[in-house]
Design a protein around this ligand. Structure first.
Ligand code: HEC
Length: 143
């Protein structure tokens, strides 16, 4: 009985080890200047500024940091079209990535349009969708 339990524990440990190794192998090391990473590093503060502006009721402050994001996402789109984009995970699912990316960009356009109209109820509703978009995409392509 003891021996059985021991071997079960050992094979469980080995099994888990193998799974981890496979997951590691599937990950791609992307360059620091990859267009997605460049876009993300601009998107990150723009999104945090959106949260602050929503919480402090400052619709006029929302748009400015998204202008740089807009330029960067033009570069990402061009690289995606050429098939040059690599992401840390699921590189065989780039069609879905593109679709998710396009939907996400539409949300950014909508939140800026709502902020231009000073419609903070709408800004809030779209901001919820945006954060879902960040998490959904990262859970498939980043971690
Ligand atoms: C359509 C997919 C997608 C969406 C939507 C998305 N991300 Fe990302 N993000 C990625 C991918 C892919 C990476 C990993 C890039 C890499 O390491 O090559 C990433 C990486 C990042 C990074 C790390 C950048 C770096 O220098 O390595 C930050 C920060 C980030 N995202 C923030 C956000 C925030 C905030 C949102 C939402 C407002 C968001 N992302 C929405 C796909 C997405």
């Amino acid at each position: 009985m003891k021996r059985f339990i021991l071997s079960a524990v050992v094979s469980l440990a080995l099994g888990v080890g193998v799974a981890v190794v496979n997951a590691e192998e599937a990950r791609v090391e992307t360059p620091y200047d990859s267009p997605v990473r460049v876009e993300m590093r601009l998107l990150d503060p723009a999104f945090k500024n959106l949260l602050d502006s929503l919480i402090l009721n400052k619709p006029e402050a929302i748009k400015a940091p998204f202008i740089a994001v807009h330029k960067a996402l033009g570069n990402t789109d061009a690289a995606l079209k050429k098939g040059e984009v690599k992401v840390p995970r699921n590189n065989d699912k780039m069609k879905e990535f593109k679709e998710m990316d396009e939907k996400f960009h539409k949300l950014l356009e909508q939140v800026i349009a709502a902020s231009n109209k000073r419609d903070m109820k709408k800004v809030q509703a779209i901001t919820h969708k945006i954060i879902d978009g960040c998490v959904q995409c990262h859970s498939q392509y980043l971690y």
